[in-house]
Design a protein around this ligand. Structure first.
Ligand SMILES: Cc1cc2nc3c(=O)[nH]c(=O)nc-3n(C[C@H](O)[C@H](O)[C@H](O)COP(=O)(O)O)c2cc1C
Length: 224
Protein backbone atom coordinates (compact mmCIF):
# COMPACT_ATOMS: atom_id res chain seq x y z
CA UNK A 1 0.00 0.00 0.00
CA UNK A 2 1.29 3.48 -0.85
CA UNK A 3 1.64 5.93 2.00
CA UNK A 4 -0.25 9.21 1.66
CA UNK A 5 2.65 11.28 0.31
CA UNK A 6 3.52 8.56 -2.23
CA UNK A 7 -0.06 8.32 -3.40
CA UNK A 8 -0.28 12.10 -3.89
CA UNK A 9 3.11 12.49 -5.52
CA UNK A 10 2.75 9.48 -7.83
CA UNK A 11 -0.51 10.85 -9.23
CA UNK A 12 -0.02 12.30 -12.69
CA UNK A 13 -2.35 13.02 -15.54
CA UNK A 14 -2.02 9.93 -17.72
CA UNK A 15 -3.00 10.32 -21.38
CA UNK A 16 -2.60 6.76 -22.74
CA UNK A 17 -3.98 3.60 -21.12
CA UNK A 18 -3.75 -0.16 -21.48
CA UNK A 19 -7.04 -1.77 -22.56
CA UNK A 20 -7.12 -4.03 -19.45
CA UNK A 21 -10.63 -3.86 -17.97
CA UNK A 22 -11.23 -2.67 -14.42
CA UNK A 23 -13.77 -4.56 -12.32
CA UNK A 24 -16.89 -2.56 -11.51
CA UNK A 25 -16.29 -3.26 -7.77
CA UNK A 26 -12.91 -1.52 -8.01
CA UNK A 27 -14.48 1.59 -9.52
CA UNK A 28 -17.24 1.49 -6.89
CA UNK A 29 -14.64 1.16 -4.13
CA UNK A 30 -12.66 4.17 -5.41
CA UNK A 31 -15.82 6.28 -5.58
CA UNK A 32 -16.94 5.23 -2.10
CA UNK A 33 -13.55 6.15 -0.67
CA UNK A 34 -13.61 9.45 -2.59
CA UNK A 35 -17.01 10.33 -1.13
CA UNK A 36 -15.30 10.75 2.25
CA UNK A 37 -14.19 14.15 0.86
CA UNK A 38 -15.27 17.06 3.03
CA UNK A 39 -18.03 19.31 1.76
CA UNK A 40 -19.42 22.48 3.28
CA UNK A 41 -22.28 21.46 5.61
CA UNK A 42 -21.81 17.92 4.21
CA UNK A 43 -24.05 18.55 1.20
CA UNK A 44 -21.96 16.28 -1.10
CA UNK A 45 -22.79 18.12 -4.33
CA UNK A 46 -21.33 15.46 -6.66
CA UNK A 47 -22.86 12.98 -9.07
CA UNK A 48 -20.73 10.66 -11.21
CA UNK A 49 -21.78 8.89 -14.41
CA UNK A 50 -19.45 5.92 -14.94
CA UNK A 51 -19.00 4.66 -18.51
CA UNK A 52 -17.65 1.21 -19.34
CA UNK A 53 -17.77 -1.00 -22.45
CA UNK A 54 -20.47 -0.24 -25.04
CA UNK A 55 -21.82 2.68 -23.00
CA UNK A 56 -18.38 4.30 -23.05
CA UNK A 57 -18.09 3.81 -26.80
CA UNK A 58 -21.53 5.23 -27.42
CA UNK A 59 -20.78 8.40 -25.39
CA UNK A 60 -17.41 8.85 -27.10
CA UNK A 61 -18.99 8.40 -30.56
CA UNK A 62 -21.62 11.06 -29.83
CA UNK A 63 -19.07 13.61 -28.63
CA UNK A 64 -16.49 12.80 -31.32
CA UNK A 65 -19.17 13.30 -33.96
CA UNK A 66 -19.81 16.80 -32.60
CA UNK A 67 -16.08 17.47 -32.20
CA UNK A 68 -15.23 16.63 -35.82
CA UNK A 69 -18.39 17.81 -37.57
CA UNK A 70 -19.72 20.85 -35.74
CA UNK A 71 -17.07 22.11 -33.29
CA UNK A 72 -18.14 25.75 -33.59
CA UNK A 73 -21.59 24.86 -32.18
CA UNK A 74 -20.23 23.54 -28.90
CA UNK A 75 -18.49 26.24 -26.96
CA UNK A 76 -18.77 26.29 -23.20
CA UNK A 77 -20.59 29.36 -21.95
CA UNK A 78 -18.72 29.24 -18.63
CA UNK A 79 -15.17 30.54 -18.18
CA UNK A 80 -12.94 27.51 -17.67
CA UNK A 81 -9.86 29.32 -16.42
CA UNK A 82 -9.62 33.07 -17.12
CA UNK A 83 -11.12 35.43 -19.70
CA UNK A 84 -7.84 37.25 -20.42
CA UNK A 85 -4.72 35.15 -19.92
CA UNK A 86 -1.96 36.89 -17.95
CA UNK A 87 1.32 36.04 -16.27
CA UNK A 88 2.35 34.00 -14.41
CA UNK A 89 -0.46 31.66 -15.48
CA UNK A 90 0.08 32.05 -19.21
CA UNK A 91 3.73 30.92 -19.04
CA UNK A 92 2.83 27.89 -16.94
CA UNK A 93 0.04 26.95 -19.34
CA UNK A 94 2.31 27.34 -22.35
CA UNK A 95 5.08 25.28 -20.78
CA UNK A 96 2.90 22.27 -20.03
CA UNK A 97 1.24 22.56 -23.45
CA UNK A 98 4.52 22.63 -25.38
CA UNK A 99 6.12 19.93 -23.23
CA UNK A 100 3.14 17.69 -23.92
CA UNK A 101 2.97 18.45 -27.63
CA UNK A 102 6.73 17.90 -27.86
CA UNK A 103 6.31 14.36 -26.51
CA UNK A 104 3.40 13.82 -28.91
CA UNK A 105 5.63 14.88 -31.82
CA UNK A 106 3.58 18.01 -32.57
CA UNK A 107 5.31 21.22 -33.60
CA UNK A 108 3.97 24.78 -33.47
CA UNK A 109 1.49 25.45 -36.29
CA UNK A 110 0.60 21.77 -36.86
CA UNK A 111 -3.12 22.38 -36.35
CA UNK A 112 -4.40 19.06 -37.69
CA UNK A 113 -2.10 17.08 -35.44
CA UNK A 114 -3.03 19.30 -32.49
CA UNK A 115 -6.70 18.68 -33.17
CA UNK A 116 -6.18 14.92 -33.46
CA UNK A 117 -4.35 14.99 -30.14
CA UNK A 118 -7.16 16.99 -28.53
CA UNK A 119 -9.69 14.48 -29.88
CA UNK A 120 -8.09 11.75 -27.72
CA UNK A 121 -9.76 13.43 -24.75
CA UNK A 122 -13.06 12.26 -26.19
CA UNK A 123 -11.97 8.61 -26.13
CA UNK A 124 -10.88 9.00 -22.51
CA UNK A 125 -7.40 8.40 -23.94
CA UNK A 126 -8.47 4.75 -24.52
CA UNK A 127 -9.01 4.16 -20.80
CA UNK A 128 -11.45 1.32 -20.00
CA UNK A 129 -13.40 3.58 -17.63
CA UNK A 130 -14.63 7.11 -18.22
CA UNK A 131 -16.40 9.32 -15.72
CA UNK A 132 -18.58 12.34 -16.32
CA UNK A 133 -19.27 14.66 -13.40
CA UNK A 134 -22.49 16.59 -13.00
CA UNK A 135 -23.59 19.24 -10.52
CA UNK A 136 -26.81 21.15 -9.89
CA UNK A 137 -26.68 24.39 -11.88
CA UNK A 138 -27.50 26.61 -8.93
CA UNK A 139 -24.68 25.40 -6.68
CA UNK A 140 -22.40 28.15 -5.37
CA UNK A 141 -18.62 28.34 -5.55
CA UNK A 142 -18.05 26.58 -2.21
CA UNK A 143 -19.79 23.54 -3.66
CA UNK A 144 -17.45 23.65 -6.64
CA UNK A 145 -14.57 23.56 -4.14
CA UNK A 146 -16.19 20.51 -2.53
CA UNK A 147 -16.32 18.92 -5.96
CA UNK A 148 -12.60 19.51 -6.50
CA UNK A 149 -11.83 17.75 -3.23
CA UNK A 150 -13.99 14.81 -4.28
CA UNK A 151 -12.26 14.57 -7.66
CA UNK A 152 -8.80 14.74 -6.11
CA UNK A 153 -9.84 11.93 -3.76
CA UNK A 154 -10.76 9.82 -6.80
CA UNK A 155 -7.30 10.44 -8.26
CA UNK A 156 -5.60 9.45 -4.99
CA UNK A 157 -7.85 6.47 -4.25
CA UNK A 158 -7.09 5.25 -7.80
CA UNK A 159 -3.39 5.22 -6.90
CA UNK A 160 -4.25 2.91 -4.01
CA UNK A 161 -5.45 0.42 -6.66
CA UNK A 162 -2.37 1.01 -8.83
CA UNK A 163 -4.53 2.91 -11.32
CA UNK A 164 -4.09 6.30 -12.94
CA UNK A 165 -6.42 9.12 -13.92
CA UNK A 166 -6.68 12.27 -15.99
CA UNK A 167 -9.17 14.97 -14.99
CA UNK A 168 -10.60 16.44 -18.21
CA UNK A 169 -12.16 19.87 -18.57
CA UNK A 170 -12.37 19.11 -22.32
CA UNK A 171 -15.69 17.29 -21.84
CA UNK A 172 -17.23 20.51 -20.49
CA UNK A 173 -17.12 22.06 -23.96
CA UNK A 174 -19.50 19.34 -25.16
CA UNK A 175 -21.77 19.53 -22.12
CA UNK A 176 -24.84 20.00 -24.32
CA UNK A 177 -24.15 16.79 -26.29
CA UNK A 178 -23.55 14.81 -23.09
CA UNK A 179 -26.56 16.29 -21.28
CA UNK A 180 -28.72 15.16 -24.20
CA UNK A 181 -27.03 11.76 -24.38
CA UNK A 182 -27.68 11.22 -20.66
CA UNK A 183 -31.16 12.74 -20.71
CA UNK A 184 -29.97 14.91 -17.82
CA UNK A 185 -32.65 16.96 -16.01
CA UNK A 186 -32.29 20.66 -16.86
CA UNK A 187 -31.36 21.53 -13.23
CA UNK A 188 -28.07 19.66 -13.64
CA UNK A 189 -25.03 20.37 -15.79
CA UNK A 190 -22.00 18.44 -16.97
CA UNK A 191 -18.80 20.16 -15.93
CA UNK A 192 -15.96 17.77 -16.74
CA UNK A 193 -14.79 14.19 -17.05
CA UNK A 194 -12.03 11.85 -15.93
CA UNK A 195 -10.25 8.85 -17.40
CA UNK A 196 -9.39 5.89 -15.18
CA UNK A 197 -7.23 2.90 -16.03
CA UNK A 198 -3.83 1.24 -16.11
CA UNK A 199 -1.10 3.48 -17.50
CA UNK A 200 0.39 2.53 -20.86
CA UNK A 201 3.97 2.93 -19.73
CA UNK A 202 5.27 2.65 -23.32
CA UNK A 203 3.48 5.83 -24.44
CA UNK A 204 5.69 8.88 -24.96
CA UNK A 205 2.99 11.27 -23.74
CA UNK A 206 3.06 9.59 -20.35
CA UNK A 207 6.68 10.64 -19.93
CA UNK A 208 5.52 14.21 -19.27
CA UNK A 209 7.04 15.64 -16.10
CA UNK A 210 5.21 18.70 -14.88
CA UNK A 211 6.89 21.18 -12.58
CA UNK A 212 5.61 23.05 -9.56
CA UNK A 213 6.55 26.42 -8.14
CA UNK A 214 8.84 26.33 -5.09
CA UNK A 215 7.13 26.68 -1.71
CA UNK A 216 8.18 30.34 -1.29
CA UNK A 217 6.29 31.29 -4.45
CA UNK A 218 2.91 30.35 -3.05
CA UNK A 219 3.21 30.24 0.76
CA UNK A 220 3.45 33.08 3.23
CA UNK A 221 4.15 32.07 6.81
CA UNK A 222 2.94 34.57 9.42
CA UNK A 223 4.71 33.94 12.69
CA UNK A 224 4.81 37.18 14.68
C1 LIG B 1 -9.88 20.63 -13.59
C2 LIG B 1 -8.84 20.02 -14.52
C3 LIG B 1 -9.10 19.92 -15.86
C4 LIG B 1 -8.17 19.33 -16.73
N1 LIG B 1 -8.49 19.16 -18.05
C5 LIG B 1 -7.67 18.45 -18.85
C6 LIG B 1 -8.08 18.10 -20.17
O1 LIG B 1 -9.18 18.43 -20.62
N2 LIG B 1 -7.23 17.37 -20.93
C7 LIG B 1 -6.00 16.98 -20.48
O2 LIG B 1 -5.27 16.32 -21.23
N3 LIG B 1 -5.58 17.30 -19.22
C8 LIG B 1 -6.40 18.00 -18.40
N4 LIG B 1 -6.03 18.29 -17.10
C9 LIG B 1 -4.72 17.86 -16.60
C10 LIG B 1 -3.77 19.04 -16.38
O3 LIG B 1 -3.22 19.44 -17.61
C11 LIG B 1 -2.68 18.58 -15.40
O4 LIG B 1 -3.27 18.35 -14.15
C12 LIG B 1 -1.56 19.61 -15.20
O5 LIG B 1 -0.89 19.85 -16.40
C13 LIG B 1 -0.57 19.12 -14.14
O6 LIG B 1 -0.05 17.86 -14.51
P1 LIG B 1 -0.21 16.56 -13.61
O7 LIG B 1 -1.68 16.34 -13.38
O8 LIG B 1 0.40 15.45 -14.44
O9 LIG B 1 0.50 16.80 -12.32
C14 LIG B 1 -6.93 18.88 -16.22
C15 LIG B 1 -6.67 19.00 -14.85
C16 LIG B 1 -7.62 19.55 -14.01
C17 LIG B 1 -7.33 19.62 -12.54
Amino acid sequence: MLNVDEAIISRRSVRAYKPDPIPRQTVAHILEVASRAPSGTNIQPWHVHVFIGDALKSLCDAVLDAFWNEPEKHKNDRVHYMTEWREPYLARRRKVGWDLYGLAGIRKGEHEKTREFHSRNFKFFNAPVGMIFTIDRDMGWMSWLDYGMFMQNICIAARGQDLHTCPQAAWGSYHDVIEKHLGLPSEQLVHCGMSLGHEDTTAEVNKLETVREPLDAYVTFHER
